[in-house]
Design a binder for this molecule. Sequence first.
Ligand code: SF4
Length: 453
Amino acid sequence: MAFCKVGGDTVRHRSPTPQNHGSASLSPHKQGTKQEDMGSLTDTVALDTLGCKLNQAESESLGKRLTDIGYTIVDPSERPSAYILNTCTVTHVADRKSRHLLRLAHRRNPDCLVVATGCYAERTPQDLTQMPEVDITVGNSDKARLPDILKDYIHRDPQESSHPSIQRTRSFIKIQEGCDQFCSYCIVPFVRGVERSLPADDIVDEIRRREDDGHKEIVLTGTRIGSYHGGLGNLIQRVLSETNVPRFRLSSLQAQEITTNLLGLWQDSRLCRHFHSPLQSGSDPVLERMGRRYTTADYESAIDQIREMLPDVAITTDIMVGFPGETDEEFEESYRFCQRMAFANIHVFQYSARPGTRALHMDDKIDEAIKKERSEKMLRLAKETAHSFRSRFLERTMDVLWEQQVSKGIWSGLTGNYIRVLAQSDKQLTNECFPIRVLGLNGKYVTADLPYS
Ligand code: SF4
C-alpha cells in the first residue's frame, strides 16, 4: 500500500526526469507541472496497510528499510512528507477503502507525497494514477524498490533519524508469495503471480535480525505458506532450532496442508496454538464451484485432528457468503457447518465479482440484499462462537505478550491462542510476556488480573 501531491496550486518537487522504475508511474495529471523546492518537507513517512498478513509483512519490511536509510515512520495524522498505502483488491470494498485512504491522506496534508502500492496498484494502476490525490503508483513487482523510488521522487536524501522506529512486539515475515490454485473467485493469483518461496537461509537470517531488534513474536506469512518449497515443516524445524524467538505463529493454512507430522512440531510450546484455516463455505457444492481443493469432510477431519493434538487451540476461518448460485439451502448448510465447527473467530466476506476470475462469468449472481442478510446472520454466529471460545478461559492462567497502552493505564496484549486481553497497569508493559489470570469477558476481549497490580 503508498505517495506525492499536486493539487490546486500546490506542486510537489520531484526528479525532473524520473528514472526507469518499472511499474512505478507518476500520475498523468501531475506530469509537466511547475516544480517547487521541497525544502519544507521533513523526512517522515506514514505507512498504511490494507488486506492480508502478507501485505502487513511487506509493509513492515518496507518500514524497516525506510528507517534504515534515515526516514522516520510516523502516524498518518502527523502530516508526513510521504504517505504510502499498501492496497488490497480482494473485493470491491477493499478497492473503495484504498481510494478513501488515499484521498484522506491528501486531505489531511495536501503537501504530502501520496503513493499507492500493493495489489490494487498491480491490478489496475490506471484507477489510481487517474486520482488527482495520488502522486505515484507502484505495482507489487516494484514494491521492493519503493525506498529508492521515494528518494528519487522527493529528490532529497533523508537525514539520520532522531526518532526511534516504531517498536512492535509482533513482527511479520514473508516466507512465500503467489498462488497457483486459481480458486474461481480469487484475484490474488493475478496480482501476486505464481508461487515462489524465499530461501530458508534468508528467512532464518531475517528472524535473527528481528530477534535482535527485540521482537518476541514472529508471524510467518505468505499467500499460501502451506506450499512452501522444501516443506513448511522443514522450515519450521529450522527456525525453531536456529533462533530463540519466544513465539511463532502461522498466518494461514489450508485444510489439505495440515498433516500429523506438521502438527507434531507444535509440541514445541513456542508455536502458538492458533490456526487460521480459510473454509470459505460449509457446503460441498459451493466449495466445488469455488474450485477449493477439499470437501467439508476433509476440513472437519483436519480440524478434529488439530483439536485432538492441541487442546485449547484457536481455530479461526474465513467465510464467503453470496457466492454465485449459493442457494438458501447451501447457505444454511454452510451456516450449520460453521456452527458445528465452533470457530474462535470467523471473518465474513460477501462475494465480490473480480475481473479476470471464472466466477465473474457464473450465472445466478446473488442479490446484494440477500448477501447482506446472510453476512449478518453469519456475523451473529461468529460473535456467539467467539464468545463461547473465550468463556472457556475464565479463571484460567494464560501467557500474554503485551503490545500497547490503548488508553490511560489500560494495556492490550495477545495470548498464544489469539485472545485479546485487556488489563490495567501503571507500569510499562510493551513487549513484556508473562502469565495472567482471566477475570472476565468484555466484548471482543477478556480482562485480566496482573500478578503484581
Ligand atoms: S488458494 Fe485460492 S483463495 Fe487462496 S490465494 Fe490462492 S486462489 Fe486465492
